[in-house]
Ligand binder design. Structure first.
Ligand SMILES: Cc1cc2nc3c(=O)[nH]c(=O)nc-3n(C[C@H](O)[C@H](O)[C@H](O)COP(=O)(O)O)c2cc1C
Length: 400
């Protein structure tokens, strides 16, 4: 079976390689909308879904995993930002995804940033995003998704703060998050609270300890009593170690269930892309705007996964995201401490067959290491320091 899937995926890969130059001739945002339209059509009836499944799906029992009480048929997920209005849920299972995170959804309707706002950096294997949280808003989207049966797909709802004003006001921002979370309380399986959008007018104010704790306390007061969904916090890629620790310790203190690591990388602090390709350096985007997905994020997000897994001793669920293009990349995130995975950029650079190729490769890698499940592999190449040594190094860190 795996052999047939390998041949199928190889043929699809060659076909996608042949089509890619044509897709890349299109404006990136236009290409995004066109691909989404194809996805809506393919998900619209059982025949198309069945055909898509024959071409792209893959199942294996060793990929099944349970995280915070939720069963996933595989750990490979679509990351937030591809399906900003939650329109494609019918097709994801046939494409081979175990989970899909929808959004980011915001309390208010958001048109997003003006101008050209999506760019490809082909040599850097990256997408530069300057969308600014464009979506139809939580009210409209939650009405459309209410009562929808997502079948075998696990659905995450990603809530962000509306990007409508340059002024930050703490209580108003918290209300905005709570509005979205409340409207989606009965939709989907888990929540992600996105405190790390790099493209908003008022920056990332929830990196601040007091603001973060006020938000997490409000979530516990208002959202925990109305839903028992796990709640994860999505972190930025460019935080320094102290900022990461503040957020992670806040998540533990306020009993959050996990973290999504990480969001996009900003160009000014990232050395892992080809600067000449960055749209600001080509006069296509104002300086300091936009942030990168894909390869420039790969090592950094894995480093954050490794750090958070060690600091929390595996007590928080980790969704690893950033630059996953192959089963080896996916496995590296898992063995560093990630329980689940998200991805977008590989869909664009490698094609949708890569989802099942990553899953197929994961099965092989698990077997090679003698593991019978994803759970066994989580953190297996990131051994936890014994507690006394961890305490001593924390002390030394604090003294320095
Ligand atoms: C086009 C695009 C839009 C995105 N929009 C969002 C978003 O609305 N909310 C969010 O949390 N992350 C967003 N992201 C970040 C992704 O969810 C993910 O963290 C990042 O792309 C790294 O994964 P990748 O390297 O596999 O693409 C977006 C990414 C892309 C490429």
């Amino acid at each position: 079976m795996s052999f047939i899937v390998a041949i199928r995926n190889f043929i699809l890969k060659i076909m996608y390689r042949a089509m890619r130059p044509l897709i890349f001739l299109m404006d990136p945002e236009q290409a995004h909308y066109s691909l989404k339209k194809v996805g809506v059509v393919m998900g619209s009836n059982a025949l198309f879904r069945g055909l898509t499944g024959l071409l792209f799906d893959y199942n294996h029992s060793s990929l099944e995993t349970k995280v915070n009480g939720i069963k996933y048929r595989n750990p490979v997920g679509l990351s937030a930002g591809f399906d900003k209005d939650g329109e494609l849920t019918k097709i994801y299972p046939s494409l081979g995804f175990g989970l899909a995170e929808l959004g980011s959804f915001t309390g208010e309707v958001c048109p997003g940033n003006p101008g050209k706002r999506l760019f490809r950096m082909v040599k850097s294997k990256s997408i530069v995003v300057w969308y600014g949280l464009n979506n139809f808003g939580a009210e409209k989207i939650s009405k459309r998704l209410a009562g929808v049966d997502f079948g075998r797909l696990v659905v995450g709802i990603n809530a962000a703060k509306s990007n409508v004003t340059p002024e930050f006001e703490l209580q108003e921002s918290i209300r905005d998050y709570l509005k979205t979370l409340t409207l989606f309380k009965d939709i989907g399986d888990y929540f992600t609270v996105n405190i790390s959008c790099p493209n908003t007018q008022d920056g990332e104010p929830f990196v601040d300890k007091d603001n973060l704790e006020a938000l997490l306390a409000a979530i516990n007061d208002s959202i925990r009593p109305i839903t028992n969904k796990p709640i994860y916090i999505k972190l930025a890629a460019d935080l320094n170690i102290d900022e990461i620790n503040i957020i992670i310790d806040g998540c533990v203190k306020f009993n959050m269930d996990g973290v999504v690591l990480t969001n996009l990388a900003k160009p000014d602090v990232n050395q892992e892309h080809i600067a000449a390709e960055y749209p600001s350096n080509l006069g296509l985007l104002p300086k300091g705007k936009g942030a990168m997905s894909g390869l420039p994020l790969q090592r950094i997000s894995t480093d954050v996964v490794r750090h958070v897994y060690r600091r929390t001793r595996g007590s928080l669920t980790i969704i690893g995201v950033g630059g996953i293009f192959s089963a080896k990349d996916a496995y590296e995130k898992i063995t560093s401490g990630a329980n689940l995975l998200h991805m977008i950029t590989t869909l664009i650079f490698d094609g949708p067959q890569n989802i099942s190729e990553i899953n197929r490769g994961l099965v092989k890698l698990l077997q090679e290491d003698g593991f019978s499940s994803i759970e066994e592999a989580v953190g297996s190449r990131n051994p936890l320091p014994i507690l006394e040594i961890a305490a001593a190094s924390d002390k030394a860190e604090a003294a320095a």
